[in-house]
Structure formats: structure tokens, C-alpha cells
Design a protein around this ligand. Sequence first.
Ligand SMILES: Cc1ncc(COP(=O)(O)O)c(C=O)c1O
Length: 660
Amino acid sequence: MPSTSDAPRVSAKPPNNSGARAWTLADSEELYRVDQWGSGYFGVTPDGTVAVYPDADPNRSIDLHEVVSGLAARDLTAPIILRFPGILRHRMGALRNAFDTAISDSAYAGKYACVYPIKVNQERHVCESIRDSAAQLGFGLEVGSKPELLAGLSLTEGMNGMPLVCNGFKDHEYIETVIIAAKMGRNIIPVVEQAHELKLITRSARLHQVTPRFGVRAKLATAGIGRWASSSGFRGKFGLTVGEILHAVDYLEKEEMLAGLKMLHCHMGSQVFDIRAVKYMVSELAHLYVELVRRGVPIDTLDFGGGLGVDYDGTQSASDSSVNYTLDQYAADIVYRVKSICDDSGVPHPNLMSESGRALVAHSSVLVCEVLGSRVFPTEPDADLLKRALEQEDPPQPLLDAHGAFQQRDTGDIFEAYADAEHALSEATNLFTLGYMNIHARAACEEMFWSIGQAVLDRHRDELPDGLEHLTDTLADLYFLNVSIFQSLLDSWGIGQLFPIMPIHRLEEEPTRRGVLADITCDSDGRIDRFPGEDGVKSTLELHVPPAHDDAEPANPYYLGIFLTGAYQETLGDLHNLLGDSHAVHVELTEDGQWRIDTVVEGDTVSEVLSYVQFDPEDMRRRIRKDIEAALQVKRISLSEATSMRRFLDDGLKGYTYLE
Ligand SMILES: Cc1ncc(COP(=O)(O)O)c(C=O)c1O
């Protein structure tokens, strides 16, 4: 049976066959491919810890492990989300620069603005950071529901000029709020997603005597790409077909509201990984714009929606967790295409807008989790177990066969030894199931088989023969993380998205184990067994031997960082097993190079998550106390046991939902 990490039977071997050469920090950097996915925001410090460069300047860094240890000393324990507003500002600045450069290089006459879709990360502190930078950069916000509309209005209070684009399904109340906000002087732009919304807008505008600016979302023929491909195309949920747009124009003309139709919008799905899809979409939307302008529609802005992707696996390829283009190429392609189509047709260059969310916030959050321990397959069978099994009277043949194979492990043909042990184990399992083999013989067969498998891996990991490729996965260690994948990394579970994961310290030390990660939910799906690798995906992660967990004397925690988690992960999560929101902390780098904690948002307490599912913590406390008292009365438990139970109850209800 797999043993825990505390068991001393593990003889770790280097996973990369680096031989006798001493492990270096550069080896860790290369192994975890930090340069590939880090986009200049992450690196390795001389102390073997992960460095964060909020301004993408390697001379100004924050030591991630130092921050996590500092927070633990303040009782803010992992799992914890570390947000770096500096990275957020830098990403926004990079997007601004990319479009400004493309606009000036192409002598484009229009302007560019990004409106941040708050659904990508609605946490107030994140939105406020973005809003503050947006005010400086000429950006705005995008909302997609009634609650988001209210959030958007409150975030932009006193900022009448800041664009607020309103997408999503709309009812009378939604439209009414938007129209009155427009009358109040807000730069608010509802986008018509369904034909009937047009009527709501015209009716409300007439009632309040205002000519609002509004947009229409086009259902383009250009098929989306990747996981969110169905967001566009004729069968998409949102938007008006070209024919419906023409009807809408006729209708608006009749209603004398055509002057308000200022924006043409589309959205082809998130994480568009192939630049060719962007080019097609831009061309189609730009031609539609030209035709509508010729028809007399006063559109002055093209909004390309979201889709600007993130290179999660660092392969710069057209695959689900990557992108085959840069920010600069994205901007240059949009600007160049719109300009040439407009110039060819002799219509004015429109202003350009994007609703980029993922590309702005993904890099700015890191989820740090603690490894609670690991289970590893033994590299040597337990000597006592083997002796006991072999010394029995008349040992069963599969046991003898497995032992023969085991004796061949170090001297004979290792592949033959593996095949023999595999066969012997299968026969042993059958005999055991039929009641003809005892538990010791069965366990010895398993352990000998695993040890031969480990030997195959140690010697031939990089060139496993056909049929044995599965060994790396089959014999991988299982590392337990104090986190819930369902709460904090839903896209890893839900859509198999890759996130870069690596230890945030001990990088001067060779990681001698290979493992997959399991969370603390009671769900076998709560695991991560796909990691960014050189060819896209690898099934195990190189890890260090975790410290032994001894209750009396807690060991130095071993922390893993899960990177690029700022987009979508924080609010998509659920309360599986009632594991709640984790703590979140904003970390800033000061002018003099020190890190500073700016904002602390404490995670859910046990009481809070219980009340989300309509348990009343007070009532629970009363009931459990009553039970304790009853057990005390009949002397089932002692007074001190009752006290300790009550203390657990009181502390537990106030405490963090994760293991502390
Ligand atoms: C209408 C709209 N705009 C913008 C976005 C944000 O997309 P992304 O995060 O890919 O930039 C989305 C997300 O799917 C969306 O539906």
C-alpha cells in the first residue's frame, strides 16, 4: 500500500537524469518554465524562492515566499490568494501602449479604449484598482447583469466620462436604470443583444426625453475558436443577425432614434488562441461597419468584445491553454485591418474598443497552498513483510514468481522482470479474491511489483518502451493540498484548463519526486494531474520531498504557487464540502523596494459558509452543547473532554474552513 511521506522507505532519484552535476536555480527556472508563462512578472530569487516583478522589471522584486511566511506569522494562513495590483496596472499600461503604438504606426484616426468586464473578477478591491488605472488610461468598465450594473454605477460614481458598456440580457428595469443614468450625464452605453431590447430602449428614452448612445451586438458568421467558440456564429446565444440589424435600423429610423446607434459590437468567446480567428472577426465586423455607415447609420465605435488570450502553458501555440500571438500583434492586427478596410471604402476610421478581461487580470493573482503530505509507492518492499510471506508453509506460486522477478530487478532484464511481476500480481489478486492467498502474500506481491516499476522509471523514464508509458502516471506520488479545487480553481476541474504550478521555495534544491495534486474535498475529481510542459501538457509535476508532518512540532510548510489565477477563478468557485473563500491579500511594492500589505480580505469562516446553506450557527451551537451536556450527565465523557469539545465547537465556528 502507498506509504505516507513520513515513512523512511523512499529513496528519491533525480527525475531529470542530471547525473552528478549540482542542481542550480537556473535548472529550476528552466524546469518550471517560468520565463515561458511568466510574461516577465515572475522569476527565481538567489535564495531559491519565487520572485514577483510587479512592473516586469527584474530589478524590483517581491519575494513570494517571504510574503507568505510573513502572512502566516500574522495568522493569515494558506490557502491564500496574493493579488499584485502592480501587475494589474502594468498589464493595463501594456494594453494601452500596444494600441497607442499600433494607432500611431498606422496613422489611424480613431482612438482606443478597453472596458474591463467586471465578471472576470468582480472582487471590489480588484475592480477599484482597475477603475483607478482606467481613469488615467481612458479605459472604462463593462457589466453584464443587473447586479453588475449597480456595481459599475457605484464604482464610477463621480466619473461621468468613464465609459460603462452594458451587455447581457436586459429587462425594463435594467434599461430604465441605464437610460436615467445617461440622463444624469453618465457615459453609459447599452448594447442591444436581443431585438426586443431595442423597443425597451426607445420607449424609455422617449419617456425620459433623452437620446442615449447605444450599441448593437452583431451575430457574426466568423466561427469562434476554442472552448467558448459557441459565443459567436449564427447559433450563438447573443446578438442580432445582419438581417435583424437591418430591420433594427429601419425601426430606429421610423422611431427617430437612429442618431443613438453609435456602437457596433461583437464577442467571439474568451481565450481566442489563434490570431487568424481574430483577423477574420475583425474583417467581418469592419465590413459590416462600412455597410452600415453607407446606409446612413452614425456608428462611431467598433467594440470587439473579449477574447484576448493568456499563454497559460507558455508554449505560444494555437492550443486551448495558450495563444499564438502577443498583445502587440493583437493590437496591430485590429488597427491595421480596420484601417485598410475603411480606407478602401472611404469611410472614417471608427474608435476602437475591446472588453479584454482575462488578459488584464490573470497574471495579477497567485494562489498559494500548503502541501499537507504525500503518498508515495515504496521503492523497496517492506523486508519484514517479504520475510513473513515467503516463510509461510507452501508459499503460493504467484508469490514465488513475483519474488523471482524481484530478484532479477537489479541484475537481469528489468523489462522482463516488470512483465513477470505484473503477471504474478494479476494471478495473486485472483487467488486472493478466491480466498487462496493470505494478506501478507498479496501485500508482498504488490510491493515487489511497485518496486520493480519504480526501478523501470528511475532507469528509463525518458525512453519507456511501448506499453509502459503509463508507468509515470501510475506510480506518481500523490501530494495533498490544503485547498479546494472546486472553490479556488474551478476551470482546472470544469474545463481542464492548465495553470502553471510550482514550489515557491526550495528552488536551489533538486525536486526529486514526481506527483499529482489532490485537494481536501471528499471528491476524487478534486485533483490536478495536468501541468504545463514543454510540449503543452505533462501528467506529473516535479516536487520536493515534503516535510514530515508531526503534530507535536509542526515542520516547515512546503508551499506551492498556482499562477495566473486572477481571471474567472475567484468567483466561479462553489462551496463543495463547505470549503469557503480563501483569504486574499493585496501586496504592493514600495518605491524603496519593500513589499507592503495593502488590503486584507479574510476568507469565509465556518459560521459564514454554514449560514450560506441556511444553517443557523447559534442554533447549531445550542444543539451540540445540549448533546455534550447530556453525555457529561451520564458520565460518557469527562468534564475536561466536555470542555475541549465545547472549545472545538466555539473555535471551529469562528475559524477558517481550511485545515489550520
Ligand atoms: C461580452 C463579453 N465581453 C468580454 C468578455 C471577456 O472576455 P475575456 O476575458 O476573454 O477578455 C466576455 C467573456 O466571455 C464576454 O462575454
